[in-house]
Design a protein around this ligand. Structure first.
Ligand SMILES: [Zn+2]
Length: 89
């Protein structure tokens, strides 16, 4: 009697999309350098969380909030550091 064998393969993928435009750099005091910034919505999409969850993480100091940035209030450097940490954990 022949037995059926079932093999299940799970593939996990991730994708990082970096949008660059001719935006101006903004001073980030926490990075101590000029940085690019992104909107809350773009930042949430980059790290794969809801905007409300991102706000909680910003309040916890996980990401740098830039009040004077024209292109968005989130320091892109702080996002990249977080993504890099997640990839190495
Ligand atoms: Zn920063």
């Amino acid at each position: 009697m022949r037995r059926k064998r079932r093999v299940e393969i799970t593939i996990e993928t991730s994708r990082l999309v970096v949008r660059r435009s001719s935006q101006r750099l903004t001073w980030c005091a926490q990075c101590a350098t000029h940085v690019q910034s992104v909107t809350l919505q773009d930042a949430a999409a980059l790290i794969g969380v809801e905007t409300s969850s991102l706000c909680t993480q910003i309040e916890a100091g996980e990401y740098h909030f830039l009040e004077e940035a024209r292109s968005g209030p989130i320091c892109l450097n702080s996002l990249f550091v977080s993504i890099d940490k997640q990839n190495h954990d």
